[in-house]
Design a protein around this ligand. Sequence first.
Ligand code: MN3
Length: 204
Amino acid sequence: MHQLPTLPYSYKTLEPYIDAQTMEIHYTKHHQGYIDKLNKALEGRDDLQKKSIEELISNLESIPEDIRTTIRNNGGGHYNHSLFWETLRPAQENNQPIGVLAKEMGETFQSFDIFKESFAKMAVSHFGSGWAWLVRDGDKLALMTTANQDSPVSTGLKPLLGLDLWEHAYYLKYQNKRIDYIGAWWNIVNWEEVQKNDESYRGA
Ligand code: MN3
């Protein structure tokens, strides 16, 4: 059975950037909802129940057709949200990437400010629900969006950092102003976790 991961902070500690009510509903209703539907789809499928969430959504073509879309949407929802929570933390001053990742981001995007601009532009122009990502693609870093709950993992890419672009992630506080939500989010990105994600993919 898949379960909600424990949050390493309380709902209110991401304020004012993400409000406590949005956090609580997002975590206990939306994320839990994906997990419930995922577990239900896996009922009676002993072979699939043994697989990790990452294994399930990395090999969607191997999932029986009758539950493939359900696993894609809800397995993706579970994976994406788990990564999202893990890469947030209470706000810090001068919040910036660290270590080897910071250096490589500088080389790829010229500067952290240009990276943030490019990411925000891409995220704001993504139509409808989905996610904006910083991913590792082999030996390169790249930016991309996915629709709905699709995950970069399903196309062989390694997500380092993801931003939920569904209105449920920001509508209570920011209404239609997705750009303000993105601007606020930079304050609470946990770059240490992003760096750890990258290290795990590099095998460091
Ligand atoms: Mn969400």
